[in-house]
Design a protein. Structure first.
Length: 621
């Protein structure tokens, strides 16, 4: 089973409240969704639910490809899952039903697809017991409503493979969920058991006449509930210990808490009296408001809380990444297998990732999402390139484009507004793109296909730049080393209708006979294109620029801004700051003004440096 199969099409089996909410969530994240449910009016009810949920999802932020039009409805489960990359099952909580349903889903779904259950009360070991391929079955239990609450509990069964758990965790995280791996099967998993434990004490206190229903709710939602929306109980008690943290808390407050534990209620069932008290008490507390109104009030407040948390976490990521008012420069060390960052003046060098063994080359930073992306060239003759991602602090290592989905990826660029990742593929002889989560991999330009084409380095695509507003891509084809056959091209992002990546009529040659052009960047306001060149001096080992829009016949020779690099590779512009940064294979990081003046060496002897990226502070472009 593939470890990193991209997810593009999701099947929803069962479209009750949980299934409908999941469907809305996946549509909002830009997936194709096919749903099924045998209930009467299931499709119309589902579409009504999604229409209602879309307002909240829009407020939370839609992915660029989000559309309610990507929903299909299938006649049965087998048809729904037949081409699905990921299955989210939401059927009735009956063991016999789940076992039979999962066996049917396992038989009908593609062999490499994950089949996840939203079950809250059954274990996966039971559910997967009738499957031929139980290793790809896993619990993916959401909190209601799934399209708003980020938590997902991922639980494997006795026969679930570790790869499936890892893939499920990465997938849920990639769509903005907060997955946790529950390492041991327990009925009710974790969050519901915590809720049940609290409710048991609430019922006990009400039964004992300590508090009424409304005051019990007030005690939770206006007391610890406010803190629980910020931090979990362990971290909160760590704070409660003051400077001594959890150790001090346990030493000084652990005893009193143990005495409370001894006095907690030990209820194991609802009595008829407690049921009546809860029913009457909640009715009184609701003050005649219908369930729909209460849900609206809850969801409206959740939206505000989630928005606040998102904004806070974005600011925290910026702080963790060290992005000060001057921004931060990131670079790749190919020989050392590391990603590092530094202040624009060369101070405060920090290593973010170490141990990269597959020739890292291109680099891009998404500060808003808190991610660093990079390409791995792999072995140039093995077609095993990949693209990976980590958080700004080096955690949450994720493979976005799996090995073999791209041959030898080089420079890459992000289009955050449209949720796209673009890169050049050298030995693959192509320009490629995908969604930021690695789905929908596409080839936009193909410069060759045969081994003979691959041996001709004039077909090798290396640099990439994107003008999303005008819908154009730019790329370099470097040619043989120091041979003077380098070229820079431009084309529309989208392939013209009726044409293919290998046969496009809109490709425009901007510059040719260059020494060996490598990385690109664009100054769109001034319509200038910048590039590094590792070719033979005097024109090579240089940083260059030229107007982007001069007509053929009126294009003057590129302006050589700087020379003297030791095989220049990485290049990035800080347009707001009027400066640029560049690296070379000799291990030096440089900075200069956009016109090439005030060149300065920021770092030396850093290994063999390839890609670089500048992250401006949020709010400054």
């Amino acid at each position: 089973m593939s470890v990193d199969k991209p997810v593009r099409r999701i099947a929803i089996v069962g479209t009750g409240v949980i299934g409908a909410s999941w469907a809305a969530q996946y549509l909002a994240r830009g997936f194709d969704v096919v749903a099924t449910d045998p209930a009467p009016n299931a499709e119309s009810d589902l579409r009504k639910y999604i229409d209602h949920a879309w307002h909240a999802l829009t407020a939370l932020g839609l992915s660029p490809n989000a559309s309610r039009d990507r929903l299909e409805f299938a006649a049965n489960a087998q048809q729904a899952v037949s081409a699905a990359d990921f299955v989210q099952e939401n059927g009735p909580e009956r063991p016999d039903f789940k076992i039979r349903l999962f066996a049917e889903l396992d038989e009908a779904a593609p062999a490499e697809s994950i089949i996840a259950s939203s079950s809250s009360g059954l274990t996966m070991s039971v559910i997967q017991s009738g499957c031929e391929r139980p290793e790809r079955c896993v619990i993916g239990h959401p909190f209601n409503p799934p399209h708003m609450i980020p938590l997902v509990e991922v639980v494997g069964g006795a026969r679930t493979s570790p790869n499936t758990i890892e893939r499920a965790m990465r997938f849920y995280a990639s769509i903005g969920k907060k997955p946790i791996h529950i390492r041991k099967e327990m009925v009710g998993h974790v969050a519901n058991r915590l809720q049940a434990a609290l409710l048991r004490e609430v019922v006990y206190l009400i039964d004992q006449g300590v508090v009424d229903v409304a005051d019990a709710d007030t005690a939770v939602c206006w007391g610890p509930g406010l803190r629980w929306g910020v931090m979990g109980p362990n971290l909160l008690f760590h704070l409660g210990g003051g400077a001594g943290g959890m150790a001090h808390f346990l030493e000084h407050l652990g005893g009193p808490m143990e005495s409370w534990w001894k006095d907690l209620g030990a209820l194991t069932a609802f009595t008829p009296e407690s049921k009546r008290t809860l029913i009457d008490g909640t009715a009184e507390e609701a003050q005649g408001r219908p369930i729909e109104q209460l849900a609206e009030e809850r969801d409206g407040m959740l939206l505000r809380l989630l928005s606040l948390r998102t904004e806070f976490e974005r600011s925290a990521r910026t702080a963790v990444g060290g992005i000060g008012i001057a921004g931060r420069l990131f670079f790749l060390d190919l020989s050392g297998g590391r990603i590092a960052s530094v202040n624009p003046d060369g101070t405060d060098l920090k290593v973010i990732v170490e141990g990269l063994r597959t020739l890292p080359d291109g680099l891009a930073v998404d500060l808003g999402a808190g991610h660093i992306y990079w390409t791995n060239m792999g072995h140039p003759d093995a077609n095993d390139g990949s693209i990976q991602r980590v958080d700004l602090d080096g955690r949450n290592f994720t493979t976005i484009i799996p090995e073999g989905a791209t041959f030898t990826p080089k420079q890459l660029k992000l289009d955050q507004n449209n949720g796209k990742l673009y890169w050049s593929d050298r030995e693959g002889m192509r320009i490629m793109r995908a969604n930021l989560d690695g789905s929908q991999i596409e080839t936009l330009v193909q410069t060759g296909a045969r081994d003979a084409d691959r041996r001709d380095e004039r077909n090798w695509c290396v640099g990439i730049a994107v003008d999303a507003d005008r819908g154009q891509i730019y790329w370099t084809q470097k040619g043989p080393p120091k041979a003077g056959h380098g070229r820079i091209f431009r084309a529309s992002i989208e392939i013209p209708s009726g044409q293919s990546a290998a046969h496009r009529s809109d490709i425009e040659l901007l510059f040719d006979n260059l020494p060996e052009p490598i990385d690109l960047d664009l100054d769109l306001a001034n319509r200038m294109i910048y590039w590094s060149d590792r070719g033979e001096p005097p024109r090579g080992d240089s940083i260059n620029r030229a107007p982007m829009d001069a007509l053929p016949g009126n294009r003057r020779d590129p302006e050589i801004l700087l020379t003297g690099l030791a095989e220049g590779i990485g290049l990035c512009l800080d347009l707001a700051g009027g400066r640029m940064f560049f690296t070379d294979l000799g291990g030096t990081v440089y900075g200069a003004k956009l016109d090439g003046s005030e060149k300065r060496t920021l770092l030396i002897m850093q290994g063999n440096l390839t890609g670089t990226a500048y992250a401006a502070p949020l709010g400054r472009n």
